[in-house]
Structure formats: structure tokens, C-alpha cells
Write a protein that binds this ligand. Structure first.
Ligand code: TTP
Ligand code: MG
Length: 392
């Protein structure tokens, strides 16, 4: 049985602005693009809880936010400064727990499994962290504790701001059942609509739906959806210290919103990561997608494969799923990154790999491409799908 803590800062950018300008306390503060009296372009990065009462939220067009609350305090994004605050908060986590996975600037998972004797109960540790953030940074965080990452995150979200919620294994069903499906990972507006068409609105309804039917409709993800609806999630907390990873990033000279172009970049990045993996005789199990938006907000999403892989296509297909589940909401992207962790030597897994004929064939093709690439350089070969996309 695992114990995971999830910590997420409340209205992060806006809370920092309120802290630094006490006259903003209790007022609607909106951090984001310049509203230019309602004619501004760009979006809201975040809003204080006071501003949220007017219907203002992250990723909303700033012009709309201005209409909803013209007397609000509109402030620009001080990205670099928020990143400094974030680094100090992450330090508090690292001091408290050896296994910390930062998810974005204001959010992290801590794996407390087996740590009770050393550090005290997760409840105690969670309270200490909250207190340290309050004392040191004069900011509030919401803490959730649960048997896995999914539940810990849902727990921290459930009583924001300044929340502290523990969900024990025996409380999973009463905690989850009444919640809306959109609270689950990866359930954006599209999936929500599809589920609604099936008469599924709450997580309880989803968990009692036949899993086979969900698989037919949603493919492999349907299975995961059904498990998640029961509160089952085995995704590991990936500590930064396990920096044994291979990754590649692209920063765009101009921010990109075109989804097909972004997918092409992800394909290229997956190719590079796969190539470096194979060159080092390694296979990896957890694939990581990194997305940085125009306003420097950075998001990391992981997906863990059943078995380690060395195939670029396998990495790409996982990355694509993560990307398609990420709700960009038309925000331009500044940086994309693809990485792979949980690396093992290729030889450890060779037996499994060779059992599947199709995989072997793909591996042979991949090896040939790699040989050509090392001989003639990176750009000499592009797989059929890439070439096709470029021609489109
Ligand atoms: P969130 O944790 O999603 O939001 P939040 O901390 O402002 O509010 P809360 O957690 O209490 O609901 O994101 C953290 C920061 O990341 C946020 O303060 C601003 C930035 N951000 C963006 O810039 N754009 C976005 O679309 C989102 C969601 C966040
Ligand atoms: Mg937050």
C-alpha cells in the first residue's frame, strides 16, 4: 500500500501578487495579458479566488475577464519571479521527502511510502509542509493524501483553497462516487460529452459501467478510465533525483498554436529520444511530455508503459496520447519536450522483445535507420508518416 501526498499552491501567481501588495488582499486580482480596456488579446494565467466569483478562470480570453470584472486588478505575468518562489517551495518538499516529483511550478507529488518511521505519518508531514510554506512564503497550499497519485491530487483539489484532505483506501468509493467525471485525469470536454451521451455523469456511474463497453468506445484508454473511476492508479512518483533519463526539447522562435505542427515536432523529438536510447543500449518505461506555454507556465505529464521500450514509434504513440489529453485551449506553445525515464539495459528485456514478431521487424527497421543516420547524419531519413505530413 502506497501513501502519496499531493501539494498544489492556491491561485499561485495571484497569491504571490497579493502577498507582495497587501492592498490587493480580498480583491479580485487577475494575472495575465494586458486587458487594454477590454480590447486586449491573450489570456488569463490565473485569478484570485475573489476574481473567480465573477466567473474568471485560467486560459479565458483576457477581454472576457475584463467584461466580467472591469474593476478587477489586472497584472502582468512575472514569470521569472514566480519561478524563484517555486524553487524555494520545491526546496521545502525536498527537505521533507527524498522522492519528489514536481508537476508544474506550483505542484508536486511526494511518495511517502515506507517513510513513516523516518519522517512520521504522511498526515504529520503534510501539515508540516503547509505550515512551512505559510511561514516562509506567506502563501497557502492545498494538500491531498491518498493511496496513489490520482487520489492524492483529487483530494488536494477537493477543498481548495487552504485545504487538507486525507482519503484512505476504505473511503475511496464514497469520496469518488458523487464527483463529476471531469475531475478524472484526461477527461476533457470531448470525453465528458461522449460519457454524457452514455448517461455517465458521475465517477460512480462510470465505475459501474461495463469496462468492455468503455474499451470498445475509448480503446486502451477506456480500460484506464474504468480503473481510475474505481480509484485505482499505479503510476509511479518519479523523483527528480532519478535523473537517469533521456530527453530532448525544442523551444520555438515563435510560439506555436498549430496542433498538427506541434504533433510533428513531438514526432521528431520522440525519434531523437528513441535514437539516443538505442545508441546507449537502453530501454525506458516512463514517457514524459513537457509543455511550456507562452506565459512560461510549464506542465509535465507522464505515462508508464506496461513494458520498457526502445522504439521511437512506441514513445511517440504514448506522447501523442498525453498531448491529446492535455487541454491546451488554443494557448500557444513555447516549448515542447519529450523524455523517457525508468531506464533499463536493453539486454534485460531482450527475451520479451523477441517474442513478438512484429516488434522484431520494427526493431530491425529502426536499427537500419539508426545505422544510416550515424553514417549520413540525423536528417537523412524521415519515416513515411513524417514525409507525408510535410507534404500535406
Ligand atoms: P494551477 O495550480 O492550475 O492554478 P492556481 O495555482 O492559480 O489556482 P488553484 O491551484 O488554487 O486552482 O496553476 C498554477 C499556476 O500556473 C497559475 O497560478 C498560473 C499558471 N497557469 C497559467 O499560466 N495558465 C494556465 O492555463 C494554468 C491552468 C495555470
Ligand atoms: Mg495551484
Amino acid at each position: 500500500m502506497r501513501t502519496i501526498i499531493h501539494i498544489d499552491m492556491d491561485a499561485f501567481y495571484a497569491a504571490i501578487e497579493q502577498r507582495d501588495n497587501p492592498e490587493f488582499y480580498g480583491k479580485p486580482v487577475i494575472v495575465g495579458a494586458d486587458p487594454k480596456h477590454g480590447r486586449g488579446r491573450g489570456v488569463v494565467s490565473t485569478a484570485s479566488y475573489e476574481a473567480r466569483r465573477y466567473g474568471i478562470h485560467s486560459a479565458q480570453p483576457i477581454s472576457q475577464a475584463f467584461k466580467l470584472c472591469p474593476h478587477g486588478i489586472f497584472l502582468p505575468v512575472r514569470g521569472k519571479y514566480y519561478a524563484e518562489v517555486s524553487a524555494r517551495i520545491m526546496k521545502i518538499f525536498h527537505k521533507t521527502c527524498p522522492c519528489v516529483e514536481p508537476v508544474s511550478l506550483d505542484e508536486a507529488f511526494l511518495d511517502m511510502t515506507g517513510m513513516e518511521r523516518l519522517k512520521g505519518s504522511a498526515e504529520k508531514v503534510g501539515k508540516i509542509i503547509k505550515e512551512q510554506i505559510r511561514e516562509q512564503e506567506k502563501l497557502t497550499a492545498s494538500v491531498g493524501i491518498g493511496p496513489n497519485k490520482l487520489i492524492a491530487k483529487m483530494a488536494s483539489e477537493s477543498e481548495k483553497p487552504d485545504g487538507f484532505v486525507i482519503v484512505r483506501s476504505e473511503e475511496l468509493s464514497p469520496f469518488l462516487s458523487p464527483l463529476l467525471v471531469s475531475r478524472l485525469w484526461g477527461v476533457g470536454p470531448k470525453t465528458k460529452k461522449k460519457l454524457g451521451d452514455l448517461g455517465i455523469y458521475t465517477i460512480g456511474e462510470l465505475s459501474s459501467f461495463p469496462p468492455k463497453a468503455l474499451e470498445t468506445i475509448f480503446g486502451r484508454w477506456g480500460k484506464k478510465l474504468h480503473l481510475n473511476a474505481q480509484g485505482i492508479d499505479d503510476s509511479p512518483v518519479i523523483a527528480e533525483s532519478e535523473a537517469k533519463s533521456i530527453s530532448n526539447e525544442t523551444t520555438f522562435s515563435e510560439d506555436v498554436s498549430d496542433l498538427s505542427l506541434l504533433r510533428q515536432h513531438l514526432h521528431q523529438l520522440s525519434e531523437k529520444v528513441g535514437y539516443r536510447l538505442r545508441k546507449r543500449g537502453l530501454m525506458g518505461r516512463t514517457v514524459t511530455l513537457k509543455i511550456r506555454l507562452t506565459d512560461f507556465s510549464t506542465f509535465v505529464r507522464h505515462s508508464t508503459l506496461q513494458n520498457p521500450t526502445l522504439l521511437s514509434e512506441a514513445i511517440y504513440s504514448e506522447i501523442l496520447q498525453l498531448f491529446d489529453q492535455f487541454d491546451l485551449d488554443q494557448q500557444p506553445v513555447r516549448l515542447l519536450g519529450v523524455g523517457i525515464t525508468q531506464l533499463v539495459s536493453m539486454h534485460t528485456y531482450q527475451k520479451d522483445l523477441f517474442e513478438e514478431e512484429s516488434v522484431v521487424k520494427r526493431k530491425e527497421v529502426t536499427a537500419l535507420i539508426d545505422r544510416l543516420k550515424s553514417k549520413y547524419g540525423e536528417m537523412i531519413i524521415q519515416k513515411g508518416s513524417m514525409v507525408k505530413k510535410n507534404d500535406e
